[in-house]
Unconditional design. Structure first.
Length: 434
């Protein structure tokens, strides 16, 4: 398969440009498909584009919610479940290493040499007794023979052809020349799946088990129509962004403790009725303090329009106030009270130097852009006590590529907590002069 050029760009989020992921036009009858890689806001592809595209799709699959995402929906199969991307790649990699799967059946015969099956030998062969000990001159040995009714091998041919047609362009280091499959899987798909499942139950070879699972996933999906543009990605990357932030910084065990509750009191009613709780995106605890983080997937521009709105600020302050009351409840004046910090986390490409701050803390993978607050008539906020620190909502830029590469790592809350604390000192100092 010939190499392929991949067109790359960042999605804008404007004018219905909301898809992040891969668009693939297989070009039926043409060996080089058309591939477009659409990266999220703040992501700067600067390495091996194929590896970065694969990492992007892996991130989307891991962090996208099915109810919000567009995963697996193609123009050819809009009704199908999530596309088995990893299964396609697993089949290709297995084929590159081992070639076509060959079914073998176990046969036994009597012979003086070979792989002895002692259970069958003892049951079927009469030994010579010498000095009260049995001596075998013949044994039942095990033979592996190629099966003539090689159905799984034929199914594997279809899987290899399907996988190579769809993603063979990714593996340009190898030359693919798969056989044309003789099976058509449409009508007998469920039967083929049952055949592979039976073999999966009876094999203990890790390679075969992994291959069979991948083949089952491909059969379930049913294949990609080569005449249609294929989409793998999501139209709701904001849910991926929120999940990345929560995975890297969130304290899942404690988050539910800081959901502000609400109640309805109806006229004539005897008991209040609970309403849905407000749910902050991410709660981070570090050094005895609490950080309320809101992941905002915006295209940041320093113009007052492409930043979180008043409603977002209002919710963050409400979260912060509730969290401060919750975490410091019951503490006496002699006890150290926790400080609650508020911050918006916004994607940004750190290689794109349109927005620079001379006093930015260069040792951190973040940029502090300022803070938001409510305007109070006649009386400015002025100096805040630690208990009111949540009233200043900081704006923090995070490099999208760095976040995707580090979301699965641990102990990264340390750097963000320190950065927010230092940035808050700047915000507080600035706020005193306003």
């Amino acid at each position: 398969m010939a190499d392929v050029s991949i067109n790359t760009r960042n999605h804008t989020g404007r004018d219905k440009d909301d898809f992040v992921g891969m668009k693939l036009d297989p070009k039926d009858g043409v060996k080089s498909p058309s591939v477009e890689a659409i990266f999220p806001l703040g992501y700067h592809p600067d390495g091996d584009i194929k590896k970065e595209l694969y990492a992007l799709l892996h991130t989307i699959r891991r962090h996208s919610e099915n109810k919000d995402g567009d995963l697996g929906k193609t123009t050819a199969h809009p009704e199908k479940r999530v596309f088995p991307f990893d299964a396609y790649f697993a089949v290709i990699r297995d084929f590159m290493q081992y070639g076509y799967y060959i079914e073998r059946e176990v046969k036994y015969k009597r012979a003086p040499l070979g792989k002895i099956n002692w259970k069958r030998t003892i049951a079927q062969v009469r030994p010579i007794i010498q000095d009260s000990s049995p001596i075998y001159t013949d044994f039942v040995i095990r033979q592996n023979a190629k099966k003539t009714d090689n159905l799984i091998s034929l199914i594997h041919e279809w899987c290899v052809d399907e996988a190579v047609k769809t993603f063979g362009w990714y593996f340009t280091a190898s030359t693919f020349d798969p056989r044309k499959p003789t099976l058509k899987i449409d009508k007998d798909k469920n039967y083929f799946i049952s055949v592979i499942r039976d073999s999966l139950k009876s094999t203990f070879i890790d390679r075969n088990r992994a291959l069979f699972r991948a083949m089952i996933a491909m059969l379930r999906y049913g294949g990609v129509d080569g005449k249609e543009t294929f989409f793998e990605g999501t139209t709701h990357f904001q849910t991926v962004w929120e999940s990345l932030i929560n995975t890297l910084y969130g304290d899942r065990d404690k988050k539910k403790d800081f959901f502000p509750g609400t109640e309805w009191y109806f006229c004539g009613g005897s008991e209040p009725v609970s309403a849905n709780k407000l749910r902050p995106d991410t709660i981070m605890l570090y050094g005895g303090n609490l950080f309320v983080l809101d992941a905002k997937y915006y295209s940041f521009i320093n113009d007052g329009e492409h930043v979180p709105a008043a409603s977002d600020i209002n919710k963050q302050v409400a979260y912060g106030k509730y969290a401060e009351q919750k975490i410091n409840h019951g503490k006496t004046e002699n006890q150290k009270k926790a400080i609650v910090y508020n911050a918006f986390l916004i994607p940004y490409d750190f290689n794109y130097e349109r927005y620079e701050l001379k006093d930015s803390l260069k040792e951190y993978p973040y940029i502090y852009i300022g803070y938001a607050r409510f305007i109070r008539e006649k009386a400015p906020i002025g100096e805040l006590s630690p208990e009111q620190s949540y009233e200043l909502v900081l704006g923090i830029l995070i490099d999208t590529k760095w976040l995707m590469e580090n979301a699965e790592k641990v102990d990264n809350e340390t750097g963000l907590a320190e950065f927010i604390e230092k940035s808050y000192e700047k915000a507080e100092k600035d706020n005193k002069g306003r």
